[in-house]
Design a protein around this ligand. Structure first.
Ligand code: GLN
Length: 534
């Protein structure tokens, strides 16, 4: 097929309705019918990417294979459709303006006044079409962040309004996601907010083709009819999205509601085969019928907001399902952990994950926690900063280097066991300057991680500046903490493990970015498997 079809997903009434999950679910269903699909997120904020955002602002920063720091919705996209995304899958207003301003400085606009319309909208349209053109996808689903009516989303709405006509009829489609609130006092579901939201869309020149209505209670036919009547759509285009216990059920729910068929019909695409979702159903079945239950502590400093560790939590869900085990994750604030409180804080935890992070705050609590799990033989997975904490702990308490630290935390330490590499030393800009994206790692054949991955050469994604300081490697290895994988090009240590310990692995990379429903990550799967032996 030569023409790429475009689906635009907007949201109304409130934020956080789950546009990302609906987009990913639709993508999953179309993919399962044999279409090549990708999903893109347009974010209306002015940061060039979310890399410089504190997790409290916007949740986790997700990193793609090509090293883009992106919105966490891209994590959902990959977990659902199991194909890598890239920088082109996430565009922010900041990036759009940066490109336009750079072009202006370069003189590309030939003396014209540079304006939101057409210059910003043209750049948005170019970015939307980039993916379809480059990879020839059958369908590109573009999610527009924010809520209709926000000042900052206006250029995006205008751009897709224009694009609809440029693409030609039946080559694009608008899905609008809204909320149907339930008033418990009168026992009623209310459609008025949806009607108003569609009116707002109409004011901006867009008639939604499909309405997906989030609801806590089933919508009867009368309600659907009413929405169809007031919002100028046929009744098949009013899709109910009722609350479910896991986001992974949403594709099955959308299939029941025939969202995929409605979309294909409107885009004039053949239905193809029935979606093949056996693996997916198996996953849900295992998830809903666990045979065991475990509790794992996740130690971090952004624990107030679970979205900060989204990919780690989802990876544990995948790993739990693989092991037919219910995994309870207990978030533990690293600042609460001290020598006096550690036993209490970690009580009942059958395994511990020490999360990634930046800066000094909370670091000592993490180091104390590592010490506790190492000495008590409790399974431990350290990710990025978590691995660095494990190295610091080992250096201080086993190698006897009392002042061992990361150069990130102490500039004066005589023992920077975690240090800045030469190429990072001159870097002053914060945005996009870390070691980012996929790098190769060669695993040592005799190691535990080799057993787990069952292969020698892996690629994992990175997001950090500091590295294990190889000057100390021999000392570590001699006393029992071993490098189990190195970057074959640079010699940088990527994995540390303690073979004597029951399960003690620290990874400099982020395995959580690569775990998907149909391909759960082996490290998480094995970690859960080990804990299940309890
Ligand atoms: N702050 C550490 C570094 O930059 C770890 C980063 C992380 O955990 N993602 O190296």
């Amino acid at each position: 097929m030569s023409t790429t079809k475009y689906v635009f997903v907007t949201g109304g009434v409130t934020s956080s309705l789950g546009k990302g999950i609906i987009s990913a679910s639709l993508a999953k269903l179309l993919q399962a019918r044999g279409y090549s699909v990708t999903i893109q997120k347009l974010d209306p904020y002015i940061n060039v990417d979310p890399g410089t955002l504190n997790p409290y602002e916007h949740g986790e920063c997700y990193v793609t294979e090509d090293g883009a720091e992106t919105d966490l919705d891209l994590g959902h996209y990959e977990r659902f459709i199991n194909i890598p995304t890239s920088q082109a899958n996430n565009v922010t207003t900041g990036r759009i303006y940066q490109t336009v301003i750079n072009k202006e400085r370069h003189g590309d606009y030939l003396g014209k006044t540079v304006q939101v319309i057409p210059h910003i909208t043209d750049e948005i349209k170019r970015n939307i079409q980039l993916l379809g053109k480059k990879h020839n996808y059958d369908v590109v689903i573009t999610e527009i962040g924010g809520t209709v009516g926000d000042i900052e989303s206006l250029p995006y709405i205008e751009a897709v309004r224009q694009l609809k006509w440029e693409l030609g009829l039946q080559n694009s489609l608008f899905i609008h996601l809204t909320l149907v609130p339930y008033l418990s006092a009168s026992g009623e579901l209310k459609t008025k907010p949806t009607q108003h939201s569609v009116k707002l869309m109409l004011e901006n020149g867009i008639q939604p083709d499909v309405l997906v209505l989030r609801t806590e209670h089933p919508l009867n036919n009368d309600i659907k009819k009413k929405v169809a009547l007031f919002c100028n759509v046929d009744i098949e285009s009013v899709i109910q999205s009722i609350d479910v216990s896991t986001i992974y059920e949403v594709p099955l729910l959308m299939k029941e509601e025939k969202l995929d068929l409605t979309v294909l019909r409107k885009l004039n695409l053949p239905e193809n085969e029935e979606p093949k979702l056996e693996k997916w159903k198996q996953f849900i079945n295992n998830f809903k019928n666990p045979k065991k239950e475990i509790t794992v502590g996740l130690i971090g400093k952004y624990v107030e907001l679970p979205d900060s560790y989204k990919s780690i939590i989802e990876s544990m869900v995948h790993a739990g399902s693989m092991n037919q085990c219910k995994v309870n994750i207990k978030s533990i604030h690293s600042e609460r952990i001290s020598n006096d409180t550690v036993a209490e804080c970690l009580k009942g935890m059958q395994g511990i994950i020490v999360a990634p992070g930046f800066g000094q705050r909370g670091i000592e609590g993490k180091i104390i926690a590592v010490n506790y799990v190492r000495e008590n033989n409790i399974p431990f997975l350290g990710i990025c900063l978590g691995m660095q904490c494990a190295v610091i702990e080992y250096a201080r308490n086993v190698l006897g280097l009392d002042d061992a630290d990361s150069a990130e935390m102490s500039r004066t330490t005589k023992n920077p066991v975690i240090d800045l590499m030469e190429e990072q030393k001159g870097v002053t800009e914060k945005g996009g300057t870390m070691r980012l994206g996929a790098y190769p790692c060669k695993i040592n054949k005799g190691s535990k991680v080799f057993e787990i991955y069952n292969k020698e050469n892996i690629h994992e994604r990175h997001r950090h500046r500091y590295e294990f300081n190889n000057i100390y490697l021999e000392k570590f290895e001699k006393s029992g903490m071993k490098s189990a994988g190195i970057n074959p090009d640079t010699g940088l240590v990527e994995i540390m493990e303690i073979p004597e310990h029951r399960w003690f692995i620290g990874v400099q990379f982020h395995p959580e970015y690569k775990s998907t429903v149909v391909n759960p990550h082996p490290l998480f799967v094995n970690f859960v498997k080990e804990i299940c032996k309890d």
